[in-house]
Design a protein around this ligand. Structure first.
Ligand code: IPD
Length: 267
């Protein structure tokens, strides 16, 4: 059947804004947030807001589209028969959220027949909404956006992130130690979805991370790509759990070669 991607992205925007407002209001209501559960390590946390926000998103999406599947960070996978899969991270940047740092986001991607066709990332603290439709460009609060155009890696502001596993973190830190002297600077802002949107908006010249999950990157990767970024792995393959790199195109080859030399996609 014909799928109207624009109307589905609009649906995701309204679900993301509603869930983001819920998370923001819950965070503002308390001075200290408590951890509801831990996942892969004691520092990989879930708050009750993650669960409540994902529940709300599921309800809104499935009320409008009962035949769709949902793949969520907290609630797992629910099947559907329409061919549409929603990939949902209710709060990307949960550690920032826990500490009250206003750098976290709701991320919702729309996948049709295995291809991400639309993406929404909403930062409730700044009320910024990034959207993209495959082939139709990327927008921030409904205005078109584009990557920085940086053409010199030594002048590039490069974002990255670290996983929760200790030995992987040690390896990632060693890579960063070798990058710091050869780029403008490094940022570890704490939300992969917002890092990818930062590349899309020219707030970072590039971003890379090993070990992301699909819900961390699916929407942001499309937004970065539609804003003109190179998005992929280190060897021209699609972005994956192993490596997600987004860069202003003129520095992408140099950064890929450097990260490859430093073994950034190995543990
Ligand atoms: C995390 C954030 C973080 C990245 C981690 C992710 P979560 O997602 O995106 O920036 O470095 O790899 O797991 O756990 O806050 O949804």
């Amino acid at each position: 059947q014909d799928i109207d991607v624009k109307s589905l992205v609009d649906l995701a925007v309204s679900a993301a804004r509603e869930a983001g407002a819920l998370a923001r209001d819950r965070r503002r209501a308390v001075e200290r947030m408590t951890v509801a559960a831990t996942k892969s390590t004691p520092t990989d946390v879930v708050t009750e807001s993650d669960t409540a926000a994902e529940q709300l998103i599921r309800e809104r999406l499935l009320a409008a589209r009962p035949g769709d599947a949902v793949h969520g960070e907290e609630g797992g996978h629910s099947d559907g028969e329409s061919g549409v899969v929603w990939i949902v991270d209710p709060i990307d940047g949960t550690v920032n959220y826990l500490y009250g740092i206003p750098q976290y986001a709701v991320s919702i991607a729309l996948q049709v027949s295995g291809v991400v066709e639309g993406g929404v990332v909403y930062n409730p603290a700044t009320e910024e909404t990034w959207t993209a439709i495959r082939g139709a460009g990327a927008q921030l609060n409904a205005e078109p956006i584009a990557v920085s155009g940086c053409a010199d890696l030594s002048l590039a502001l490069v974002g990255t992130g670290f996983g929760y596993d200790a030995s992987r973190r040690a390896r990632q830190a060693a890579v960063v130690a070798d990058l710091v002297p050869v780029v403008r600077d490094i940022r570890r802002a704490g939300s992969a979805a917002l890092d990818l949107c930062a590349v899309a908006s020219g707030r970072l010249d590039a971003y890379y991370e090993r070990g992301l999950n699909p819900w961390d990157r699916a929407a942001g990767a499309l937004i970065a790509e539609e804003a003109g970024a190179f998005v992929g792995g280190l060897h021209g393959q699609p972005p994956s759990d192993s490596m997600t790199l987004a860069a202003s195109p003129a520095i992408a080859d140099d950064l890929r070669a450097l990260l490859e030399r430093l073994g950034a996609d190995r543990d």
